[in-house]
Design a protein. Sequence first.
Length: 256
Amino acid sequence: MKAVILAGGLGTRIAEETSLRPKPMVEIGGRPILWHIMKIYSAYGINDFIVCLGYKGYVIKEYFANYSLHMSDVTFDMAKNETVIHQNNAEPWRVTLVDTGDATMTGGRLKRIRKYLGDDDFCCTYGDGVGDVNISELIAFHRAQGRLATLTGVQPPGRFGALNLDGPIVTSFEEKPHGDGGWINGGFFVLSPAVTDYVEGDSTVWEREPMERLARDGQLSAYLHHGFWQPMDTLRDKQHLEALWQSGNAAWKVWT
């Protein structure tokens, strides 16, 4: 099975990090968040990736073109004009990088890569969010449902501390409550290639008309994930993920 990663957005809400690179290349623990996402899928045996490029996509191309250099010890012999890679830690990945347009919306990016998908169902997610989603269970759930599309529903943590009050007295305080109980789209989709028929063109936002039509047609399932999930929308999110990684409590690190 293939995994598609939507990696072409502008990342305007984290502009401090994205003026020189696309958001999926913002680093957590010294590795792009894109690498972390691919490692999640790879832990479940999915190693064939299609990355939808847009804003500064050449940065992602250059990263993978020089991946073995990034991940290995290397000697450059200037006199002999030779490069020796001493320790090759390359992943078992096949990565197809597709320019899908700087201004193309998420749905349009999916439609542009239709020819690379083949006829089998595929995984798909955003290039800026991680979680400890069990991909094997997600795929099995999708197949059992028999619908064209499955999304992963998540309950994001609250942004602010929550107070329980008895008049003016605070009876309890929780710094970051789990949320208000509502479920949102956390990405980590499993999709049939037929979903691209729901996309009109480059200006189509996947999360709007296509997903709304799939829901109306009874073709959209929700796999409810109760574990860790965190997008990297803002600098604060990035710092939170970095702190988790450095503390050794990165729940999305499902690989060994």
